[in-house]
Design a protein. Structure first.
Length: 133
């Protein structure tokens, strides 16, 4: 693998996530997710349909903000924040995606509830440079 492939994979994941989570453009999102997508997340039903159905069920104000993103070969990990999705706290997630032939084919995640400054023992935000409001 080379930097070009990894850079393309990072750009692909960022565009895919923005298209699905922020723009809610399901037709356009289909080009990013394999029809044989493998879902390892405990809270999402199997396949591309499971993911899309989950997003369709969430409030229209859902927002995804990407942060740090790294790529190694055909795997991309993006650290991001999900907000305005119907729960009292935001989620900070590390989404791990495997890419094959230019589409997302497999997904795992690690998710935490975002804490306030008062709740943070370190006094530092879990995502970005400042606490969410």
């Amino acid at each position: 693998m080379n930097r070009t492939v990894e850079s393309k994979n990072k750009a692909l994941v960022l565009e895919a996530f923005d298209t699905l989570f922020n723009k809610r453009d399901y037709a356009a999102a289909e080009k990013f997710w394999s029809p044989h997508y493998i879902q390892h997340s405990a809270h999402i039903a199997p396949g591309r349909e499971g993911l899309f159905d989950l997003i369709k069920s969430l409030p229209p104000g859902l927002k995804y903000e990407p942060g740090t993103i790294v790529a190694e070969g055909n795997v991309v990990i993006v650290h991001g924040r999900f907000s305005n999705f119907g729960l009292p706290v935001n989620w900070i997630a590390a989404d791990i995606v495997r890419i094959k032939d230019g589409v997302l084919v497999e997904h795992w995640d690690v998710i935490q509830d975002e804490v306030t400054q008062e709740q943070s023992k370190s006094g530092l935000p879990m995502f970005g440079e400042e606490f969410s409001r």
